[in-house]
Design a protein around this ligand. Structure first.
Ligand SMILES: NC(=O)c1ccc[n+]([C@@H]2O[C@H](COP(=O)([O-])OP(=O)(O)OC[C@H]3O[C@@H](n4cnc5c(N)ncnc54)[C@H](OP(=O)(O)O)[C@@H]3O)[C@@H](O)[C@H]2O)c1
Length: 182
């Protein structure tokens, strides 16, 4: 979760101090870390969650909380620099509309794009399939002057050590939903 959040916000989106980021599903595994990391980077954070988890995401650093059961984030948010998309295709399309020109959407829930196919050295048929699967969203993003990128987390020991240091320093608090007995 930590690596996914870091690679999406830092590597792909290049999130910087003073920027606005919309992190979907802020109460989830990726979201809880992403909010705290974005706060640490000095960004303003909007997130979606159900009412039951609104206080949790605020305690992690979310500035604007949208209850996805009641409100449509597209009507509430605008002028964002970065979106971390973790939901379905419809949410991804709507996410483009909260970004300002030049903004970036990084999706961890698809669709995979040609850059991913190249990085994974997929065969030509799979490359074509992924190109077609992501053609619509890439076209929409390009038309709006936005960057679309699919992220599939990659293992990285050095980055894990960085995240561990942030946890040990109290900057990031891992949120434990439930504890099960052995
Ligand atoms: N590409 C990658 O490398 C990578 C890595 C990790 C995860 N993922 C993907 O990222 C997604 C999120 O993973 P996760 O582990 O963070 O999930 P998770 O822990 O299961 O969290 C899901 C959260 O989504 C929220 N939610 C449900 N419906 C929503 C809606 N319509 N709008 C906004 N939020 C909603 C829930 O919030 P409430 O409880 O408040 O309702 C819940 O806390 C999954 O699709 C997963 O497969 C991808």
């Amino acid at each position: 979760m930590g690596l996914t959040a870091r690679q999406a916000l830092v590597e792909r989106a290049g999130l910087r101090k003073g920027q606005k980021v919309f992190i979907q599903a802020g109460s989830g595994g990726v979201g809880t870390i992403a909010i705290q990391l974005a706060k640490h980077l000095g960004a303003t954070i909007a997130t979606t969650t159900s009412a039951a988890n609104a206080d949790l995401v605020k305690s992690l650093g979310a500035d604007i909380v949208v209850d996805y059961r009641k409100d449509d984030f597209e009507k509430v948010l605008s002028g964002y620099d970065v979106v971390l998309n973790s939901r379905d295709g419809q949410t991804l399309e709507k996410s483009l509309r909260v970004l300002k020109p030049g903004g970036a959407v990084v999706s961890i829930s698809g669709p995979p794009d040609p850059a991913f196919a190249r990085a994974k050295r997929l065969n030509p048929v799979l490359k074509l399939v992924l190109r077609l699967l992501s053609a619509g969203i890439r076209r929409q993003a390009k038309r709006a002057g936005l960057r679309y990128s699919f992220l599939f987390m990659a293992g990285n020991g050095a980055q894990l050590a960085e995240i561990t240091a942030l946890i040990e320093a109290g900057v990031i608090r891992p949120v434990i939903d439930r504890v099960f007995p052995f």
